[in-house]
Design a protein around this ligand. Sequence first.
Ligand code: NAP
Length: 254
Amino acid sequence: MHVLVLGGTTEARRLAGLLVETAPAGARVTSSLAGRVAGPRLPPGEVRIGGFGGADGLAAWLRTHRVDALIDATHPFAGTISFNAAAAAAATHVPLLALRRPGWVPGDGDDWHPVDSLAGAAAALPALGRRVFLTTGRMGIAAFAGSDPLWFLMRSVDAPDPGTPCPARMEVLLDRGPFTLEGERRLIDRHRIDVLVTKDSGGDATAPKLTAAREAGIPVVVVRRPPVPPGVPVVGAPEPAVAWLREQPTVHWP
Ligand code: NAP
């Protein structure tokens, strides 16, 4: 038996741990990482790093490594790899599951402004504030490059690549979650933040910024998730993903 987990998330690491714990003798659990982050937290089991070369490359990998089940536990905003996984699974008849942590839901006192893209977020900002706490990651920073005269506190795991178009007025804060409510309050206060931008990533590790924004009475621009590819079953946590694996007729997982 060989299970491939497309990873890069906390849930993917937890899932790999559960699979390694429950694996029958001789079974393989491989996690795949894109290789975007320098010094990633590695999951238990085998790990491979780097792109496959599109849907065809992933399909070839599934065949060559005799993969019996594929679990796409990538970040809800990693849309390309999820569609590649759907195409590769269909081409190879390997059963595919998507593991997506649930999205966030606004509560009383929240002032959320949903948008469909980073470009939509950039367009919404001038009407909402001047000093922006930007938490959408370094990869899409170019969407905010023309946002003069707004000021940005841009928090990300790694710095933007040299040469990437960035906002003219920006401070980069390199940090990786989980974040605390106290820490998020301090950032908002110290930098006189008046608007927060986030993806609807879901999960607890980065949710305290939403509470801190609510307490501070500042608006939050929330980028909606891209859809899961049609026809792919979805679970919200690692445990049901293991249950799904056990239900697959071609997989013998105890
Ligand atoms: P993406 O746009 O969906 O993928 C771009 C390309 O990166 C894919 O076509 C694939 O290259 C490669 N790739 C992505 N995930 C991979 C994986 N797990 N294993 C091997 N190759 C992978 O993804 P992204 O938004 O750049 O995110 C990259 C990774 O970072 C994902 O694994 C995701 O879980 C993690 N992540 C993303 C975010 C986010 O906000 N997007 C946040 C936290 C973590 P090939 O076509 O060559 O196979």
